[in-house]
Design a protein around this ligand. Structure first.
Ligand code: ADP
Ligand code: MG
Length: 609
């Protein structure tokens, strides 16, 4: 009897499987899975390896004392870095617009007039068309009394802008129904004596005039040149329920592009320098032209420069290689939108600015794997596995395909796509057994980061949003799921989820703060997955396909943590279907799903000789 454990140290997860090697072959006994400790391929991994080994032995009902050999993968450290560059900025140099979504604006419709301070209303003449601006702190009863007195005198009240959250109270007490926008934080900065328009949409609707460039032109009598200048205002006001636009003659809103820095891509025959501001598509097509990438570096003094430098430094630290010798082997650029405060806005307006997220990856071939193996052996011996030997197993790609082939219904030739946390790895095993492999930057962690940035939520909430469908708690006793179906509950739902969009977490409903709708959150989630995994699946497969031709591939088995996702495997399969590729999620040893392929492969390789 010969008890062995195979261990796969990944960037995120350390997986293990225990087996008995005997004359009759391999008998798998159990598996374990823990979070990787430290950077993959460094001595910090020992804690995670020990925990994974113990977990695998526990499910096998075996003791450490019986353990004879541990096989670990040749884990080359992969360090990935991420940078996000905002490439547009909405800037208001004069107070020109208030576009925000107070929870409860008052009245409805569009009103156009000149801005007048509430205190100056008495000075207005009959027939004056006015938009009244009420500072914070004036009681709603006083406001409605003042407005009614002005209406009585024949002043043409067209709308109101309030500092307090009183729009509904004021609207209910005012004799004429006019649009009222409230909760304007910087109401004191609203310019007075200027032409302004106030628009409030009916509940459930969004404004139509101020979010339309020609609507603004109509309201303010603008010519073509002026219309072009205010068009960013219309864009910034899209999709909200209420807004105020004040036209200040010298005012200016611009939608300016900010210099994002450039990145230099060095290939075997050429070097290309590309401005990050040109967007993901331009960067990725430059990369494709110079593939294979020998190195990349960002312009000093920019976020991109900082990111490439820190990725290289981190790698130098863990591998002991001189930072000048570290090379970036791949990168992935993704277009994204991030909510940012509008500079010069009056009500905490946010605009969705264009941004580019970049993931870069560094690998070295000389990880200190020997040291890791020795440290693991020492640790396990001290823990009671007195006779254990730790062996560094074969090439990771070969082990992965070997493990994947234990999925029922698979055979050579076959391609595995390992959808992990930091990188997406592809390996192809042809009929003769030889393998080709490629690693591309960007995987599950980048998806999480994109969701966090686009929705403006913390990383751990973004991770939950990534992993499960959404629902809305429409009453205390039912949820409307994102596919439109209804789920009833026996017990009342917790009050904190009522009327909120929630994630259907495994053990609880997780409310998502803010007022973003279910559809938008869903779209952000799916787009992030598409931009990372569909792009990377195609990129990786092209590099290992015979003659770069995807039609030559045939079968793809998905592995790794992200293959457990409830929609990523579908998105990838849909993208591969046009090439005649059969794509499904692996089920290693018929029991493990997309997990444990490398660990199982290590054990099988030993048994095979
Ligand atoms: P590695 O091989 O690099 O250690 P893994 O294969 O463990 O990485 O994959 C880690 C990634 O898998 C993380 O981005 C994590 O968010 C993702 N992941 C893990 N479980 C799930 C799940 N149930 N649904 C979606 N993603 C998941
Ligand atoms: Mg892995």
């Amino acid at each position: 009897m010969n008890l062995v454990v195979g261990v796969d140290i990944g960037n995120s997860t350390t997986e293990a499987c225990a087996a008995r090697l005997g004359p009759a072959g391999v008998e798998f006994l159990g598996s374990g899975l823990v979070a990787t400790t430290g950077v993959k391929g460094t001595s910090a991994n020992v804690d995670g390896v020990e925990a994974a080994v113990r977990a695998a032995l526990k499910t096998s009902g075996a003791s450490l004392g019986a353990l004879r050999r541990v096989f670990v993968n040749e884990a080359t450290p992969v360090i990935s870095g991420l940078a996000m560059e905002t490439i547009t900025e909405t800037l208001i140099t004069e107070s020109t617009m208030i576009g925000h979504d107070p929870r409860t604006p008052g009245g409805a419709g569009l009103g156009v007039g000149d801005t007048v301070a509430f205190g100056e209303l008495d000075g207005c003449s009959p027939g004056d068309e006015v938009i009244v601006v009420v500072p914070v702190g004036v009681d709603f009863a006083v406001v409605s009394k003042g407005l009614n007195a002005a209406l009585e005198r024949g002043v043409e009240l067209r709308g109101a802008v309030l500092g307090n959250d009183d729009a509904v109270l004021v609207a209910n007490r005012t004799d004429r129904r006019v649009p009222i926008v409230d909760e304007v934080r910087l109401v004191a900065s609203v310019p007075l004596g200027m032409r302004a328009a106030v628009e409030v949409a009916a509940p459930g609707r969004t404004i139509r005039t101020l979010s339309n460039a020609y609507g603004l032109a109509t309201v303010f009598g603008l010519d073509a040149e002026q219309t072009r200048a205010v068009s960013p205002v219309a864009r910034a006001l899209t999709g909200i329920r209420s807004a105020v636009v004040v036209r200040t003659p010298s005012g200016e809103i611009s939608d300016r592009r900010i210099p994002a820095g450039s990145i230099e891509l060095r290939g075997e025959t050429a070097t290309l320098r590309i401005d990050v501001g040109e967007g993901a598509e331009a960067i990725m097509s430059a990369l494709e032209r110079i593939t294979p990438l020998l190195d990349a570096s960002g312009e000093a003094g920019t976020n991109v420069g900082g990111m490439t430098a820190s990725v290289k430094e981190n790698m130098a630290d863990v591998s002991g290689v001189d930072p000048a010798e570290v090379r970036i082997g791949d990168l992935l650029a993704v277009d994204t939108f991030v909510p940012r405060d509008v500079r010069g806005g009056l009500a905490g307006e946010v605009a969705l600015e264009n941004a580019v997220a970049l993931a870069a990856m560094v690998r070295t071939s000389h990880g200190p794997m020997r040291q890791v193996a020795e440290a693991v052996a020492e640790r396990l011996r001290a823990a009671g596995a007195e006779q254990v030997e730790v062996v560094i197993g074969g090439v990771e790609a070969e082990m992965a395909t070997r493990g994947a082939l234990t999925t029922p219904g698979t055979d050579r030739p076959l391609v595995v796509l390992d959808l992990g946390g930091g990188s997406t790895d592809a390996a192809r095993a042809d009929r003769s057994g030889s393998t080709a492999t490629v690693h591309v930057a960007g995987a599950g962690d980048l998806v999480t980061r994109l969701i966090a940035a686009e929705l403006g939520v913390p990383r751990d909430l973004a991770e939950q949003i990534k992993q499960a469908p959404l629902a809305k708690a429409e009453s205390f006793f039912h949820l409307r799921l994102e596919d439109g179906t209804v789920q009833f509950s026996e017990d009342p739902l917790p009050p904190e989820v009522f009327a909120r969009v929630v994630v259907l977490g495994t053990d609880a409903l997780v409310p998502i703060p803010g007022r973003q709708g279910l559809e938008r959150i869903r779209q952000v989630r799916r787009t992030a997955k598409h931009r990372v995994f569909v792009v990377n699946a195609l990129r990786a497969l092209k590099q290992i396909a015979p003659y770069g031709d995807l039609r030559q591939i045939g079968f793809v088995v998905l592995l790794g943590g992200s293959a457990l996702d409830f929609e990523i495997p579908e998105l990838v399969a849909d993208a591969l279907a046009p090439y005649g590729i059969v794509c499904g999620t692996g089920n290693v040893r018929g029991t493990e799903g997309p997990r444990n392929a490398v660990a199982s492969g290590l054990v099988l390789a030993q048994a095979a000789g």
